[in-house]
Design a protein around this ligand. Structure first.
Ligand code: TTP
Ligand code: MG
Length: 492
């Protein structure tokens, strides 16, 4: 049922958000071990050491942890008719992410399927991972459920200062485009070399404390660290040296491979006649600016050249929590009301664990469209009356809060859908936003709040409707050009 998560910078919605778009919040005060560390490393861009972590076959790993008997069998995680991920045993049989269940069973008849529609366990482990990384260094930015950026420049500088002059540097793991990275290369790049050791230690810690394996990329920017981390999979790490940036950018098979270029941006670039990354590198900047505006054009050009100065922005607590379900057809008010009740029940439970009080309720629907399956969402939102909202963090008042919220959501629904005519919906999303701490007591209840500080009220982002493509992760999507299919209409 549950196919969604925390939005505006969290969970699945993040599949559509770019890491460059994420909203920086305060880092967790309790978790910041070294108060002298700033929000950014303060280093000039080329001197930074940035890590990107991406867990291996994440949902499948979580299921294998829960049931070790699944470790050695080909395992697929099923959402509706799709295998959203599969373990590496299944990959060895030709099963791939986002394959249909039918095709996967054909490739590998012995494939074991586990339903992955309830994201609770994946979400919990996802936050545990971020929490663990924050305990080493506060500059951690989440990207989706199983990816994190980390700016470890300060850690590396400290190590460098403590390293005797006679030290011979070395790399841990692979070095992109170097079969054997010799000591000469490492002493030319001591910061990245030390970064590769930190990455290895962190991967060890992730394995030791959480039992999870994953890949890491070590580079001078988020863009490059993300690009290089998947060079060797699973459970390996790769460092990218500055002299190989051109090679890695040149290796990308298309514009969509550039982190930051999403579906819509790629379409606009293609309409201008561009096909590959090289085309974008060479396209006249003035013409690019006519289409995207100056700043976005420059940003696009930089990304294509492998240049990305964006800071690692500590993510902080989610600014909203949402839950959604997609289906083939929903066409009666009764079905809608039942679905909303189901979604709000689980969302209210999660909000209770979080401990904050939501001020705003948003309802999103997607109408059937034969031409554009993923877009065309419409949203309405309204304030949650205080007498309803305050029941949520304290447990929902035996279902009273959910009933009142359903009534509120149905009002929003009727503002969007004329029920006197036939309608055909394919998705419903409910979202709590504008989450506010309930005084000092709010901290420390759930794992999220014990780790992250209480977030500031949303800064503008909550006026955008979420556009999660539940079964189609866009690993690298549109950056600063937030593509909004349907702005929320406020209905006070
Ligand atoms: P990924 O990191 O893309 O995939 P993965 O971790 O399963 O495998 P890999 O070893 O290649 O990194 O995505 C993380 C999780 O997100 C994945 O386990 C399942 C989920 N997911 C979706 O819900 N929808 C999608 O479209 C994709 C690709 C993944
Ligand atoms: Mg992964």
């Amino acid at each position: 049922m549950d196919n969604s998560g925390d939005d505006t910078g969290e969970d699945e919605t993040e599949w559509n958000n770019s890491y460059v778009d994420s909203v920086p919040l305060r880092p967790a005060a309790a978790s910041v071990s070294d108060a002298s560390l700033n929000r950014t490393s303060g280093a000039t861009p080329g001197e930074r050491v940035i890590l990107h972590f991406d867990l291996d076959c994440f949902y499948a790993q979580v299921e294998m942890l829960r049931n070790p008997a699944l470790r050695d069998v080909p395992l697929g995680i099923q959402q509706k008719y799709i295998i959203v991920t599969c373990n590496y045993v299944a990959r060895g049989h030709g099963v791939t992410k986002l394959m249909s269940v039918t095709d996967a069973k054909q490739k590998c008849p012995q494939l074991v399927l586990v339903k992955g529609e309830d994201l609770t366990h994946y979400r919990d482990i996802s936050y545990k991972l971020t929490e663990l990384l924050v305990s080493f260094c506060p500059l951690v930015e989440r990207l989706g459920f199983d990816e994190n950026f980390m700016d470890i420049t300060k850690m590396v500088e400290r190590r460098l200062a403590e390293t005797p002059a006679s030290n011979r540097f070395s790399f841990k793991g692979h070095v992109y485009n170097h079969i054997s990275a010799d000591a000469t290369k490492a002493s030319d790049h001591p910061r990245l070399a030390l970064g590769s050791h930190v990455a290895a230690e962190l991967r060890d810690a992730i394995h030791g404390k959480l039992g999870l394996t994953g890949c890491a990329g070590i580079a001078t920017s988020k863009l490059l660290a993300k690009l290089v981390s998947g060079a060797f999979k699973p459970n390996q790490q790769t460092t990218l040296l500055p002299e190989n940036v051109g090679d890695i950018m040149g290796s990308l098979s298309g514009l969509r491979q550039v982190p930051g270029v999403g579906h819509q941006t790629a379409k606009r670039l293609q309409a201008l006649g561009m096909v590959g990354v090289k085309d974008l590198q060479l396209f006249p900047l003035n013409d690019l600016a006519k289409e995207f505006g100056g700043p976005a054009a420059r940003r696009l050009r930089s990304l294509a050249l492998g240049v990305d100065d964006s800071p690692v922005a500590p993510t902080g607590a989610p600014q909203s929590l949402s839950d959604e379900d997609s289906f083939k057809k929903m066409s009666t008010t009764r079905e809608v009301s039942e679905k909303i009740q189901e979604l709000l029940s689980s969302l209210t439970e999660r909000m209770h664990k979080d401990g904050r009080q939501p001020q705003t309720l948003r309802l999103t629907v997607r109408r059937y469209s034969a031409t554009n399956k993923w877009f065309g969402r419409e949203s309405r939102q309204c304030p949650i009356p205080n007498h309803v909202g305050q029941k949520i963090p304290s447990g929902g008042g035996d279902g009273v809060a959910v009933r009142q919220l359903v009534a509120l959501a149905m009002k929003l629904f009727h503002k969007m859908v004329d029920c006197s005519a036939a309608f055909h919906l394919t998705l419903i999303n409910v979202c709590f936003s504008n989450l506010q701490a309930r005084g000092a007591a709010a901290g420390g209840r759930g794992s999220i709040t014990s780790f992250f500080t209480q977030s500031s009220p949303p800064k503008g982002t909550d006026i955008f409707s979420p556009q999660s493509q539940v079964l189609q992760k866009s690993p690298a999507d549109d950056f600063m050009l937030i593509e909004i299919s349907s702005p929320v209409t406020l209905c006070y």
